[in-house]
Design a protein around this ligand. Structure first.
Ligand code: FAD
Length: 309
């Protein structure tokens, strides 16, 4: 058996940073990457010191060079199943059914955002349609900004966007999940609420132009932020019986350890802020703890009676 020290499932910032740290510890590491990074639609990464506005694909290219330099191997395949055998060894199988074994397993498989099924949404995602004001608010400051909230309430997101612009409209797409007090607060803060069901996001050259409603009316809008929930990219952590948060991500301790011994989760798949820099930091933290655990397991204890006096 070609036993790895650690298998990492996920080749985003969390998984790759873990691979670099473990590689530099001279560990045998395999990274699986199915190339479905959460921010692949984004026009540029923000809030990552020294990498302002870098294309997500460029960041990954730089990361791949570092991962390679420190000896971690990448396999560009999807992991279909993973389990822990009775002897404590992890076994993952790729999409072709090939098995790989490791002492430790790190899941860094990220999330999918739930995009509303409205024409224009998917096309504009990461260009004029966003979910995170901290990631993309700066670029649309002083513009006409909308908030889409049909399945969630949207109150907090609408108020938060006032940091970046005075012109915020909350679109509830035929539903209204706001409490009367929230409506009063939004109105008191100059936020307009529009409840008509939405037909389409009209756009030109990747720029949102108007929100067109099913009743035929339109409202001009430069950028739309949405709150519509997310889901795990894959259910590997759930199949291990990991404890999940109410929002459906994995609960870990501060070292990214799950309730399953030897199994770690980092990045968006674990409960914390969804930032590239946070995902990378969690990957680094997990890698250090994994290395410490391996050191403990490998340290030879002196035979009885041989202790120096
Ligand atoms: C439009 C948009 C813009 C964003 N802008 C910013 C920004 O400006 N700044 C910022 O800090 N954050 C931003 N984010 C958030 C950022 O993308 C995430 O926080 C970050 O990508 C999380 O990294 P991760 O490694 O956890 O997951 P991801 O980057 O999503 O990587 C997940 C990895 O797991 C792999 N994977 C999943 N399942 C499997 C499987 N079964 N087998 C093998 N591989 C698998 C995927 O292929 C991928 O390699 C943005 C997100 C979006 C959607």
């Amino acid at each position: 058996m070609n036993l790895q020290d650690c298998i990492i499932v996920g080749g985003g910032p969390a998984g790759l940073n873990a691979a670099v740290v473990l590689g530099r510890c001279r560990r045998k590491v395999l990274v699986f990457d199915s190339a479905t990074y959460r921010n692949r639609y984004s026009h540029g990464v923000h809030n990552y010191l020294t990498r302002d506005n870098i294309l997500p694909s460029e960041l990954l290219t730089l990361a791949h060079t570092e991962v390679k330099k420190y000896g971690a191997k990448m396999i560009h395949k999807k992991v279909a199943t993973a389990r822990k055998n009775d002897d404590g060894i992890f076994m993952v199988k790729d999409e072709d059914g090939k098995a790989y074994h490791s002492k430790k397993l790190l899941i860094a498989t990220g999330l999918w955002d739930n995009l509303p099924e409205i024409p224009g949404f998917k096309e504009l995602y990461g260009k004029s349609v966003f979910h995170c004001p901290y990631c993309d608010g700066w670029e649309v400051q002083e513009k006409n900004v909308g908030v889409y909230a049909r399945n969630k309430n949207g109150f907090e997101l609408a108020l938060a966007l006032k940091c970046w612009t005075d012109s915020v409209t909350l679109y509830t797409d035929g539903r209204n999940r706001l409490k009367p007090t929230e409506v009063e607060t939004l109105v008191a803060n100059g936020i307009t609420i529009v409840s008509y069901p939405i037909a389409e996001l009209e756009h030109k050259d990747d720029h949102l132009k108007n929100i067109r409603f099913k009743n035929g009316e339109k409202r001009q809008c430069d950028a739309l932020f949405f709150v519509n929930g997310f889901r795990m990219q894959c259910d590997l952590a759930e199949t291990f019986g990991c404890i999940m948060s109410k929002k459906g991500v994995v609960l870990t301790n501060r070292q990214q350890q799950t309730n399953v011994e030897g199994l770690y989760v980092a990045g968006d798949a674990a409960k914390d802020m969804h930032f590239v820099v946070v995902a990378a930091a969690e990957g680094a933290k997990a890698a250090v703890i994994i290395n410490k655990e391996l050191i403990k397991e490998e340290t030879v204890q002196p035979a009885e009676g041989t202790l120096a006096t």
